[in-house]
Design a protein around this ligand. Structure first.
Ligand code: HEC
Length: 131
């Protein structure tokens, strides 16, 4: 048995399997809320779209904290703290806990869009980031 084999088995047992469960659970919730189609392309567009914050002249987007590419780390727009990559393809810790996913969607959509994201919007973004 060589080291490469062990790494592969480890990855199959730990990372992707765990997070895939949480993603599937969330996608099922969105389906129950009436979402029928999900689009990584629509998710990408929303992720990159700039939303004016009324009265401030400020533009906000998911990328101002999470960075231009989800495969790369981001930097918190206010605190400057490093944020690990959002893409599940490079960060197996992503999207492993439905409570964490719900909490941050709520907080970050309110901050960025000035409102909560719909089930459709969350589904598209989750498909984009976990594909
Ligand atoms: C003001 C900075 C900021 C903005 C803007 C922001 N986020 Fe985040 N986001 C964070 C931080 C901080 C975390 C938690 C730290 C971490 O998970 O690395 C986080 C975590 C998340 C998570 C949880 C990921 C997981 O592992 O479960 C999701 C989902 C998320 N953000 C979605 C979004 C979406 C969608 C937008 C745009 C509508 C957005 N974020 C905009 C700062 C931001």
């Amino acid at each position: 048995m060589n080291a490469g084999y062990l790494v592969l088995v480890g990855a199959l047992l730990a990372g992707p399997a765990a997070s895939a469960d949480a993603v599937q659970q969330m996608l099922n919730e969105y389906r129950q809320q009436g979402v029928t189609t999900m689009s990584a392309q629509a998710g990408r567009e929303l992720w990159e779209r700039k939303f004016p914050k009324p009265g401030s002249g400020q533009l906000r987007s998911c990328t101002i904290c999470h960075g231009d590419r989800p495969e790369n780390p981001g930097k918190h727009a206010r605190t400057g703290k490093l944020i690990e990559p959002m893409a599940a393809s490079v960060n197996s810790k992503r999207f492993s806990d439905p409570r964490k996913i719900r909490k941050w969607f709520k907080r970050n959509c309110k901050w960025t869009l000035g409102r909560e994201c719909s089930a459709q919007e969350q589904a598209d973004i989750l498909v984009f980031l976990s594909s």
